[in-house]
Design a protein around this ligand. Structure first.
Ligand code: SF4
Length: 191
C-alpha cells in the first residue's frame, strides 16, 4: 500500500483485523454496507449549483478550493471542497448522494476527521468542523464538529495500520462481537 486512504481508516476502526487480512495476507474483501463510503462526486445538479452561493454566504465562506487531492506522510484523500471561513479556520465539505437520516454515520465523521488532518497539514490552518451536504434531502447541510481527539483518533489509526503492515502483526479483534456475525472474514478469523 503506497499510502493510507480514509476508507482504510474507516475499515480499521471497524475492526483492526481488516487491515491484517486485506493488506498483510492480501485476502480481498467484499465491501459491506456498514462502512461503505458513499460519494457524491461528479454531481451536476442544477439546484446544487444554485445552492452553493447561498451555502457559502450562510457558512461565512471567504474562499473555496474545489476537488482537492491532498496528501501527507501517511494519508491521501480527495476532498470535494475545502472552505476558508471568516474566523480563520478551514473546513472540509463533502457531498453525499444520500438522504439525511437524523444522524451522521460514523463513517462520514471519520472521513471528515481524515480530511481535517490533511487540510491542517497542507494549508497550515486549524480545522474545528466539517460539513456534509445530503443531496437527496434537498441539499441539507449538516455541521460536524472536529475536535483534537477526533483528529488524534485517525492519526493513531493510521500509525496502527502502518505498524501492522510493516511488522506483519496480527491485531486485536474488534470488541463489538456483533460485527463478526456478518463479517466477510469470519470464516478465516480466530475470535
Ligand atoms: S470476524 Fe470479527 S474479529 Fe474477525 S475480522 Fe471480522 S469483525 Fe474482526
Amino acid at each position: 500500500m503506497s499510502s493510507i486512504t480514509p476508507s482504510h481508516i474507516i475499515q480499521h476502526l471497524y475492526c483492526p483485523r481488516f487491515t491484517y487480512f486485506e493488506h498483510v495476507l492480501r485476502v480481498p474483501q467484499y465491501e459491506e454496507k456498514n462502512y461503505k463510503v458513499m460519494r457524491g462526486r461528479g454531481l451536476h445538479d442544477e439546484r446544487l449549483e444554485q445552492n452553493k452561493g447561498y451555502l457559502r454566504r450562510r457558512l461565512g465562506v471567504v474562499a473555496r478550493y474545489d476537488d482537492q487531492y491532498l496528501t501527507n506522510a501517511l494519508l491521501r484523500g480527495r476532498v470535494d471542497e475545502v472552505l476558508e471561513l471568516g474566523d480563520g479556520t478551514m473546513a472540509p465539505l463533502d457531498y453525499k448522494f444520500a438522504e439525511y437520516e437524523e444522524q451522521v454515520y460514523n463513517t462520514y465523521k471519520t472521513q471528515l476527521y481524515c480530511y481535517a488532518w490533511l487540510i491542517e497539514e497542507n494549508f497550515q490552518r486549524p480545522v474545528t468542523r466539517g460539513y456534509l451536504v445530503y443531496t437527496r434531502s434537498q441539499n441539507k447541510v449538516v455541521e460536524v464538529p472536529v475536535s483534537e481527539d477526533d483528529k488524534n483518533l485517525v492519526k493513531k489509526a493510521a500509525q496502527e495500520i502502518l505498524q501492522i503492515i510493516e511488522s506483519n502483526q496480527f491485531p486485536r479483534a474488534t470488541k463489538y462481537k456483533e460485527r463478526c456475525v456478518h463479517c466477510t472474514y469470519r470464516n478465516i478469523c480466530i475470535r
